[in-house]
Design a protein around this ligand. Structure first.
Ligand code: NI
Length: 272
């Protein structure tokens, strides 16, 4: 793997695992079974506003050799997303979504613009979008709550900024589980709570992709004035890819109706 990309992925893992205690725990439990974790994809969330819009984030990955592989629309959640793949098969895919802010209340739009405006315009399309953290000053907790009432996604982005939303274990690289269902049972037996929205497994072998996820970790997060509150941070996802008869290779895309339910893994309304 390109060493710059490897370094960036290591940065993403360090940042993500620092606010997602379930992820290193699952890693350790899998390592204890003799498993080696391979990452299928990482995902980011943002607002469709300069300089942080989807294409601005995507430029950073395209400069590292990534190419777009799909476009996805989520009418009910008012989101769009694109996926990106890399010619090096050992490199994780990237999934970036953005909130279509103009479809929300004027108050939400103003709030999102106020956050995006704190990011220097010169960071558009550059690594600093990811490396300079936090992306903006902490929001007041009541602003966060009001955003959540309109859009869980909007609240998550306000609280965390431009950070990895989830990493994904590639089930295919695991050796000691017969099925994604058996893997999910093992997670539950180890005390993890699955996202059951739309069923614990999203997608089917016929659709060439099965996905599941645990609910986001609940962690103390800092809001304006130094107020600390326990809110959902990030989650860990699991993906099993089937051979695409059209290419003879593992299916490389995503399924919008599955992703739609996976987004809910960070919902404040789902009890951990
Ligand atoms: Ni995902």
């Amino acid at each position: 793997m390109n060493p710059r990309l490897a370094e960036l992925l290591q940065f993403f893992w360090s940042d993500y695992s620092s606010i997602t205690p379930s992820a290193p725990r699952i890693h350790a439990l899998l390592a204890a079974r003799g498993e080696k974790v391979v990452n299928d994809h990482i995902a980011f969330r943002t607002y469709n506003l300069e300089p942080i819009r989807l294409e601005s984030l995507a430029e950073v990955f395209e400069a590292l050799g990534y190419r777009p592989t799909g476009d996805y629309h989520f009418a009910e959640k008012k989101l769009r997303a694109r996926s990106f793949g890399h010619p090096d098969p050992d490199t994780p895919k990237v999934f970036i979504s953005e909130l279509l802010t103009e479809q929300f209340s004027p108050w939400l739009q103003e709030t999102a613009v106020g956050l995006a405006r704190q990011v220097p315009a010169a960071r558009a399309g550059t690594l600093d979008l990811f490396l300079k953290l936090p992306s903006w000053a902490p929001v007041p907790f009541d602003t966060y709550q009001r955003l959540i009432d309109e859009s869980e996604y909007a609240g998550w982005v306000a609280a965390y900024g431009i950070r990895v939303n989830h990493f994904t274990v590639l089930f295919n690289a695991l050796k000691s589980f017969d099925s994604l269902g058996a893997f999910n049972d093992w997670l539950v037996a180890n005390g993890f709570k699955l996202n059951e929205s739309g069923g614990t497994i999203k997608g089917t072998p016929q659709e060439l992709l099965e996905q599941s996820s645990i609910l986001a970790s609940r962690v103390e997060t800092t809001f304006a004035g130094g107020e600390r509150r326990v809110v959902p941070s990030c989650y860990y996802e699991f993906a099993r890819r089937y051979t695409d008869p059209a290419t003879g290779a593992p299916y490389a895309g995503f399924i919008a109706k599955s992703a739609d339910k996976i987004f809910e893994s960070t919902d404040t309304k789902l009890e951990p």
